[in-house]
Ligand binder design. Structure first.
Ligand code: CU
Length: 126
């Protein structure tokens, strides 16, 4: 029993650095999180590690529009996705610039350890 506890403790210590460092997250984005920008035509996110593109997806959701009280969520679909920076940067190239409003970009992706992570980046278009 004691040996098993020791093995379990060792396994937790061995796994801890990966748990802290290996999970994908956004380290920078354009527009930047919480920024207000003029109508962008490109939204990009750079992640903390290379992603496996088939596991990655993103959606752009307009959550509010000036002067419209109960806007609800409107999903923006007119973009294509490109990868660069050794699969660390995901760029959403919009066919039309985003209109004035409040946006949330929702992403999901897995890095080297295969764990699927999700997150979001919020910004405003003026
Ligand atoms: Cu993981």
């Amino acid at each position: 029993m004691r040996l098993i506890s020791l093995i379990a403790a060792a396994a937790i210590f061995a796994a801890a650095p990966n748990m802290v460092f290996a999970h994908s997250k956004v380290v920078s984005s354009t527009p930047a999180a919480e920024a207000t920008v003029a109508r962008p035509r490109v939204v990009s996110m750079t992640f903390s590690e290379a992603l496996i593109p088939p596991t990655a997806a993103a959606s752009i959701v307009m959550t509010a529009m000036p002067g419209v009280k109960a806007h609800g969520e409107m999903v923006i679909r007119n973009f294509t996705i490109a990868w660069s920076n050794n699969n660390r940067t995901m760029t959403l190239e919009l066919k039309q610039p985003l209109k004035t409003g409040t946006y949330e970009v929702r992403w999901q992706a897995a890095g080297a350890d295969g764990h699927r992570m999700t997150g979001k980046v919020n910004f405003k278009v003026s």
